[in-house]
Design a protein around this ligand. Structure first.
Ligand SMILES: [Zn+2]
Length: 445
């Protein structure tokens, strides 16, 4: 396969001067990038994709995805979840372990790997649980699970409230060279809260979750990271108070990393409107001041990465009313467009490459994976993105089995046209079929 006349936008490089950079061709053969140069001649057996006006980028890495499957296939399964990821430009996702059943034993972990091999259209990395049954008491066989391929350990969905258990897990993680991903929340402080505790929750008559629920947990867990020297990653950070704690922990030289989500970067608690459950997630949408602090923290590197926390639920579950509906929103298909728009503007003012690094180099570093890059000999995990395309997101035509997106109907700029996983087409936007050319320059369709 030959991709012609594209602009390489590679976050592993220092910066890109969009006006001065020349278009180039990229040949993909046997699942790897075989050549990168302008004016490559097409072989007779080769199909050619016209990349004119498009950015070619290393595939994104989502370090926080819920693919469900097992007993929750009505929400999502590995096939539909990875198709949704590919449609968003992702070529690697990290599947969280709070499935039904949870990924807390080598047997279930192996079963999961078989399902991934059978169904995934992109690379799926698996998290295993920290504690058996996610009960927060007894540590799983972490060393064995790590040997089987677990990239990290987490009871995401639930915090590990017993700090002695967290200490044992972090000690073990350090010994085997892995990390623990924390879902930072003090469940007593969250109480029966269903949205951010604010003037809006009072006006709506809904029970609130204070920002202290997240920050207090982060403060406690940072001290356990300090005494163990282990890597602790905080998922879906949503508050300014949390950022201040993480900034200090990093200044102290601790191995603490953190991500935030596209929805916390683009929505606030006032968007809930008339009890719209598509805006119910955990942690909840916060204030504008919190959101601005997240953007600035990404620019400063206090927050390392962006993870979607893609959390599919069925229409009937989400239709149960604001108090009863489960938390979570889908997000892989809209993440990059939303974040490029939000973060390249004030108050973050990130460059395009800085935004991309939050989806590529940064999650790779956190997970101890090779840094994604576009270069000869590298795996062809790539996607072509039309940076100028303006389109309206229609959740019904999306790839995810679930439709619980707060961004349905939103106008987005920038769209994934083609995603390759190890050189194979994992996603193709139908109208982009026009861009396939035979070597004679004829459209194939
Ligand atoms: Zn979580």
């Amino acid at each position: 396969m030959l991709i012609r006349n594209c602009l390489i936008v590679d976050p592993s490089l220092p910066e890109v001067d969009f006006k001065a950079t020349a278009k180039t061709d990229v040949r993909i053969d046997g699942g790897v990038i075989a050549d990168v140069a302008p004016g490559l001649k097409a072989h007779s057996s080769e199909t050619v994709f016209d990349g004119d006006g498009l950015w070619l980028m290393p595939g994104l890495i989502d370090l926080h995805t819920h693919l469900r499957d097992f007993n929750q296939g009505a929400k999502e399964d590995i096939a539909t979840g990875t198709q949704a990821a590919a449609a968003g430009g992702y070529t690697t996702v990290v599947a969280m372990a709070n499935t039904v059943p949870p990924i807390d034993s080598p047997m279930i972990f192996k079963q999961l790997q078989e399902m991934i091999a059978e169904k995934a259209v992109i690379k799926v990395l698996s998290v295993a649980n920290v504690t058996k049954g996610m009960a927060g008491q007894e540590i799983t066989e972490m060393a064995l699970l790590s040997e089987l391929g677990a990239v990290a350990f987490s009871d995401d969905g639930l915090p590990i409230s017993n700090l002695a258990v967290l200490r044992r897990a972090l000690d073990q993680a350090r010994a085997i060279g892995t990390l623990v991903i924390s879902h930072p929340e003090d469940r007593d402080l969250s109480g029966s809260g269903v949205m951010n505790e604010s003037a809006t929750s009072t006006a709506l008559g809904l029970a609130g979750v204070p920002t202290a629920s997240e920050a207090a947990c982060i403060a406690r867990e940072i001290e356990v990271a300090r005494i163990t020297g282990a890597q602790l990653h905080f998922a879906h950070v949503s508050t300014r108070a949390s950022i201040n704690l993480i900034e200090r922990a990093k200044a102290d030289g601790l191995q603490v990393t953190a991500d935030t989500t596209p929805h916390h970067l683009t929505l606030t608690d006032t968007d809930i409107g008339a009890f719209d459950t598509r805006f119910k997630m955990n942690p909840p949408l916060r204030s504008q001041a919190d959101q601005d602090a997240l953007c600035i923290a990404l620019k400063k590197g206090i927050l390392d990465a962006i993870g979607t926390d893609h959390a599919p639920h069925t229409d009937s579950e989400k239709g149960a009313g604001f108090n009863a509906a489960p938390c979570g929103v889908t997000g892989m298909e809209t993440a990059l467009s939303l974040c490029l728009e939000r973060l390249t503007a004030a108050p973050g003012n990130l460059t395009v490459l800085e935004v991309l690094r939050k989806f590529t180099s940064a999650p790779a570093k956190i997970l101890r994976l090779p840094e994604p890059a576009i270069a000869k000999g590298r795996n062809a995990d790539l996607f072509l993105f039309d940076p100028k395309a303006t389109w309206q997101y229609d959740v019904k035509s999306g790839q995810s089995r679930s439709k619980n997106s707060p961004f349905d109907g939103r106008t987005l700029t920038g769209r994934t046209l083609l995603t390759l996983s190890a050189g194979r087409i994992a996603y193709q936007y139908e109208p982009a079929m026009d861009r396939w050319l035979s070597i004679e320059g004829l459209a194939l369709k």
